[in-house]
Design a protein around this ligand. Structure first.
Ligand code: C5P
Length: 225
């Protein structure tokens, strides 16, 4: 049985993909399953935390005992995080937020016939970076954990990302591999921080085990602070 190491802690988690509307029936999204974030939410809840889970469309039920906040777009996710972050002791941002969204959302379904066989060009605009927002608005005593999906130079890119986004811990995974990461049941990660040179490499294991270890790691950080 997990000791209630996070009892009384308010923890915000973002999970899953976002959906960026093109028109009333179409959207841009990605392959995120939400499994990593949902596993983190379940682990934190088991350890006694009060969990708010802000999640995009995932197709799996949120774990029992957490407060789910369902959103679709990155802008909606940011709005939910802006409410929850100031009231949280820690946040773990595992959502796969779409980097871009269509500049304009067509009010009616786009019709193929209207294009007359021509190519379509869509303008995309950058979405807000929700983790960077939390990093820039972090109060003393708050802990922030980010994720990074990388295909090469994991340590270098991870170190830069941790600094740029202002997070205490950064979990880096290698998405060039089929057996781990996106839409997989297993993961193999490096955990950077909170010190400048602190690096841990965790062996490949199930996402719920990674989640449990990560929450133990976070609890240890919070206890020393
Ligand atoms: O920049 P990149 O997408 O690789 O960063 C990944 C981390 O940043 C994840 O923790 C993800 O949840 C977060 N992120 C975010 N908002 C974005 C893009 C990424 O919160 N728009």
């Amino acid at each position: 049985l997990t000791p209630q190491r996070l009892a009384g802690r308010r923890i915000l988690i973002t999970a899953g993909p976002t959906r960026e509307a093109v028109d009333p029936v179409r959207f841009i999204s990605n392959r995120s399953s939400g499994r990593m974030g949902f596993a983190i939410a379940a682990a934190a809840q088991r350890m006694g935390a009060q969990v708010t889970l802000v999640h995009g469309p995932c197709g799996i039920p949120p774990p029992r005992g957490v407060l789910p906040v369902a959103v679709e777009s990155a802008e909606q996710m940011l709005a939910a995080v802006q409410v929850a972050w100031p009231q949280s002791d820690a946040a773990i941002m595992s959502a796969a937020v779409s980097d871009y969204r269509p500049l304009q959302v067509a009010p009616q379904k786009l019709k193929k016939e209207a294009q007359g066989g021509q190519q379509i060009q869509w303008s995309l605009t950058e979405n807000p970076d929700i983790l960077a927002y939390a990093g820039a608005n972090k109060q003393p005593g708050q802990w922030l954990v980010g994720f990074a999906a990388e295909t090469e130079k994991l340590l270098q890119h991870g170190t830069e990302k941790r600094r740029r986004k202002g997070c205490d811990l950064l979990v880096v995974n290698d998405v060039s591999r089929q057996d781990i990461g996106f839409d997989a049941t297993h993961n193999e990660v490096m955990v950077l921080g909170p010190g400048e040179d602190a690096v841990e490499s965790w062996a490949r294991c199930r996402k719920d085990e990674i989640a449990q270890q990560l929450m133990e790691r976070l609890a240890a950080c919070m206890e020393t602070a």
